[in-house]
Design a protein around this ligand. Structure first.
Ligand SMILES: C[S@@+](CC[C@H](N)C(=O)[O-])C[C@H]1O[C@@H](n2cnc3c(N)ncnc32)[C@H](O)[C@@H]1O
Length: 247
């Protein structure tokens, strides 16, 4: 499957929000689960009739989210791998920057598949472990990530309860080929895979330095580590007739 690279966040949001809106029912509420919802929601679904459930391990993040935005209709504290939620509950499951923090990713994917209604949509956004960004993230210690967020990105709350960054795992199951094979084996239809780049369009001196650096690492990896995007976004649909009773 060819990868379309998106360099603009508002273009990315238009694509994702459009995919969700396509699932809307006339006269019925769209049920959305934000998995690993953390302390903020990135999308805007104005005008759409929907309910938003948020699940997260981190009670502090959920508390911050509700104090600031009060945008969750249902708050669930739990682990995506082990929590038991009813089958076929949601029209859409959206998860962003979560699976890189989880070991045993197939357990989470199996749960998503179980919680989705037939014909439902899964949107999974995750840093590509096989990009320069992903490689560096999984090869460096957590304390360095905290310093990077605090002193380079200027987030003074970085590392405090409820705030980024969270320790990373980068399960090998997150490799792009393994994700696609998993979907094929489970009868899930991959509608699209996007590569998101967070630094190509920016023109600041810092972003130019980053660009040169990632190209160099790409060269030293003999082209194995992708440099022209850092995140992968999978748009996955569950078949309309749910035939897999084992789920
Ligand atoms: C990097 S934050 C992303 C938050 C939010 N999705 C966003 O895009 O801003 C990762 C979130 O995943 C949550 N998380 C990590 N492992 C989890 C698990 N096994 N079950 C539920 N949530 C988990 C963390 O608590 C954290 O809130």
């Amino acid at each position: 499957m060819t990868l379309q690279v998106v360099t603009d966040s508002s273009h990315e949001k238009t694509i994702l929000e459009g995919c969700i809106r396509e699932k809307a029912w006339p006269d019925a509420e769209l049920r959305i689960l934000e998995a690993g919802c953390g302390n903020k929601w990135q999308l805007s679904l104005k005008g759409l009739q929907y309910s938003l459930s948020g699940i997260d391990l981190d009670e502090d993040a959920l508390r911050l989210r509700q104090a600031r935005f009060q945008d969750l209709d249902e708050v669930i504290v739990g682990d995506l791998r082990t929590i038991s939620l009813p089958k076929a509950q949601y029209d859409v499951i959206y998860t962003a920057y979560v699976l890189e923090h989880v070991s045993n990713v197939p357990l989470v994917l199996a749960n998503f598949n179980r919680w989705l209604k037939p014909g439902g949509l899964m949107i999974i956004k995750v840093p590509d472990r096989d990009s320069v960004y992903g490689f560096i993230a999984r090869s460096t210690p957590h304390w360095l990530h905290v310093y990077y967020y605090r002193f380079i990105k200027g987030n003074k709350n970085a590392g405090k309860p409820g705030y980024l960054p969270y320790p990373t795992v980068y399960d090998t199951a997150l490799g792009r080929n393994r994700m696609l094979t998993y979907c094929e084996q489970q009868g899930l239809s991959v509608k699209g895979v996007f590569g998101k780049n967070n630094y190509l369009r920016k023109r600041s001196a810092r972003d130019r330095v980053i660009k040169v650096f990632v190209r160099l690492v790409n060269l030293f990896s003999f082209g194995k580590l992708a440099w022209h995007y850092n995140d992968l976004i999978y748009i996955i649909e569950k078949p309309a007739s749910d035939t897999d009773e084992a789920q």
